[in-house]
Design a protein around this ligand. Structure first.
Ligand code: ZN
Length: 300
């Protein structure tokens, strides 16, 4: 075993937190070389809802050369933290990637979770509807509800980094602050699911928060940030109800790539109520459902 493998977050998770190793059973596919893992993931049949599968994600190779997406509903993760990549002399910058534009795609995204009520209820609906989604989680919430985070992972949804605790003053004080918090959150998530997300969403969105220095720092560290182009407005201050969110999606989901903002944290019971109606509208409009990956087109 080389030095880098010895450092891998998968083993750290197994040694210190999860006796089975990273929150899911290790299989022959996971032990295989990365190229074989990617092939297995790409050729595997769609996982049955609720059935635990380990072919339901793609693991980036050490040089990221396998990140050309064949199926927009399969999440992509890295098995190494940034610290491990630096220590092992591996690249941290992603190669130029071809955006996935093969179908009319809707990306359901849920921020600020997990929690112990609404996120599981959303997972139940997604399972019933056979739809995959993306959860931009907070490190603080993930450490409070690790079993919900692990369920998101095991059911084949994508997990993205949404900072540790959504503190704008600290995050946007400097690029150094922002990157340090994202990296710490990465390491926490990696210890819970055995994988590091490559996708991020800046709390509040990058508009109005990022300048060129943030954008450059994100690229140098291989972070791919996605804001949204369709908002349910489920955090509006005037106590909106489920039908308001459905109407918002109905009015805004008109582009071929619809990245839809919702929230799965405590207090968003109306979002749970709205979700079946939102999915119905999107299906009637001919959308397929993807998960956000580094190859997902930017929403504008
Ligand atoms: Zn948020």
């Amino acid at each position: 075993m080389n030095k880098l493998q010895g450092l891998s977050c998968m083993l750290l998770g197994g040694m210190f937190l999860l006796p089975l190793g990273c929150g899911h059973p290790k299989t022959a596919e996971e032990a295989a070389p990365p190229a074989i893992q990617q092939e297995a993931a790409a050729e595997a049949p769609a996982p049955a809802p609720g059935k635990e599968e380990t072919e339901n994600h793609i693991i980036a190779t050490e040089d990221f050369s396998n990140l050309q997406l064949k199926d927009a509903a399969i999440p992509v993760y890295d098995k190494h933290t940034l610290a491990e990549r630096r220590a092992g002399g591996l690249p941290t910058v992603l190669p130029e990637l071809v955006p996935y534009r093969e179908k009319k795609m809707a990306y359901l995204t849920f921020d600020d979770g997990p929690d112990e009520t609404n996120t599981p209820a959303i997972l139940d609906i997604l399972q019933k509807e056979q739809v995959k989604a993306t959860f931009y989680v907070l490190g603080k919430a993930a450490s409070a509800y690790p079993h919900v985070l692990q369920r998101i992972f095991q059911e084949g949804h994508a997990i993205g980094n949404h900072s540790y605790d959504h503190d704008y003053d600290r995050l946007y004080a400097s690029t150094g602050n922002y990157l340090a918090e994202m990296e710490e959150t990465d390491e926490l998530l990696c210890s819970l699911i055995g994988m590091r997300p490559l996708i991020t969403r800046a709390p509040g969105g990058r508009m109005g928060h990022f300048n060129d220095a943030y954008a450059e720092a994100m690229v140098l560290n291989g972070y791919v940030e996605h804001d949204w182009n369709v908002s349910s407005a489920d955090t509006a201050p005037n106590h909106p109800v489920a039908q308001d969110f459905i109407d918002n999606i109905d009015a805004q989901a008109v582009t071929d790539c619809a990245i839809i903002l919702m929230h799965s944290s405590s207090g968003h019971e109306e979002t749970v109520k709205a979700l079946p109606g939102i999915i119905r509208i999107l299906k009637e409009r001919g959308y397929s459902f993807g998960v956000v990956t580094p190859m997902t087109p930017q929403p504008w």
